[in-house]
Design a protein around this ligand. Structure first.
Ligand code: PMP
Length: 363
């Protein structure tokens, strides 16, 4: 099977062995004569798939029993609304740290459901660094503090967990499972699946029981049932038909991660891959990444060519070598290499080698 080194930010590359399992089990899951995606979501077979996926995810991230894991839909974008709907009333204030495109989207949507206070916006420095917490304008009684720990587009990440009175809500869409976290630090962790978890269509929400019991603006009956954390938790994420195929495929990814040695092993590998690519960028006068070293993402690495007129040629020649989806986001330009858990070391090696050759020829 011919597989590209696919640097897409999401939907992103899945591990080769997971693609193989999907092929093997496509028409007949474990001798049932049914594909996983053909099974009723309340069948014994699918229940076993669903439960195993949750157990493996709990193992991988050491999720305490005092947290619920929800398998939801609507992407991280639905969570931009669901978070304030569940956690605060419309006249209450929530704090938002804004460090790039996705936290800007979160605050824009969130402001429709609560008073959104921007504690800091890194637009002032072109999203290249994050001023320390003593410069943040926190509210006195915020219902929660929202941030995006890894900005997928700008390639900027917050290197430490913020310390705030308000419960932390974090969008980990592009960083979940790429390094160990302490779940207890957070009130809510959410992530769209299509980068490190599995196919699009599934959103993982990890929410503390304490916050689950908090009344949001549902006292006005305003939360759609499928976005209501309590109702979803009570229904085991099966209030309605869940995205069964994505849930099943996510389970295969979790099994693969466990076989790789878990999240700590992935983190070491991811760190090494990122270091190699940043070194190639920093050691050259032809490529550049504007983000201050301390705040650089480990998994989304944007880089500019010295002459943007060469962008199209770079992309064309990279694709000829099976290095695909390197085009940067339209708001940033240039290139971006997304190197999540599934990107093998060899993929990064091949990219670094190609970058060196392209610079020799065109630099
Ligand atoms: N947050 C982050 C950090 C993202 O990277 C993305 C998607 N790339 C989103 C939110 C939006 O996710 P979705 O398309 O699943 O709504």
């Amino acid at each position: 099977m011919k597989r590209a080194y696919n640097f897409s930010p999401g939907p992103a590359m899945l591990p080769g062995p997971v693609i193989e399992r999907l092929r093997e089990e496509a028409g007949d899951w474990h001798g049932t004569g049914m594909a996983a995606m053909e099974m009723g979501h309340r069948s014994a077979e699918f229940s076993s798939i669903a439960e195993k996926a949750e157990t493996d995810l709990r193992d991988l991230l050491s999720i305490p029993d005092s947290y619920k894991v929800l398998f939801m839909q609507g992407g991280a974008t639905a969570q931009f609304a669901a978070v304030p709907m569940n956690l605060c009333a419309p006249d209450e204030t929530a704090d938002y740290l804004v460090t790039g495109y996705w936290s800007r989207m979160a605050v824009k949507e969130g402001a429709r459901f609560c008073h959104a206070n921007i504690v800091l916006d890194t637009a002032d420095n072109g999203d290249t660094s994050i001023p320390e917490a003593d410069r943040w304008h926190l509210s006195d009684q915020a219902a929660f503090f929202h941030y995006v720990d890894n900005e997928t587009i700008g390639g900027l990440r917050l290197p430490t967990v913020p310390v705030t009175e308000a419960p932390l809500v974090v969008d980990m869409s592009s960083s979940i499972l790429t390094e160990p976290i302490k779940v207890e630090d957070y009130g809510v962790i959410y992530a769209g699946a299509q980068k490190n978890i599995g196919p699009a269509g599934l959103t993982i929400v990890i929410v503390s029981d304490e916050l689950l019991d908090r009344k949001g603006n549902d006292k006005k009956g305003a939360i759609p049932s499928v976005l209501d954390y309590r109702r979803m938790a009570n229904a085991g994420s099966m209030l309605n038909t869940p995205p069964t195929f994505s849930w099943y495929a996510a389970g295969l990814v979790f099994e693969w991660l466990k076989a790789q040695g878990g999240v700590e092993k992935m983190a070491a590998r991811n760190r090494a891959k990122a270091d190699r690519l940043y070194r190639a960028i920093d050691d050259s006068d032809f490529y550049a990444n504007p983000v201050a070293t301390k705040y650089r993402s480990m998994v989304n690495i944007p880089f500019m060519l010295a002459d943007e007129n060469l962008d199209a040629l770079f992309l064309e020649q990279a694709a000829e070598r099976g290095l695909t989806s390197l085009k940067g986001h339209r708001s940033v330009g240039g290139m971006r290499a997304s190197i999540y858990n599934s990107m093998p070391d060899e993929g990064v090696d091949a990219l670094v080698e190609f970058m060196g050759e392209f610079e020799c020829t065109n630099g």
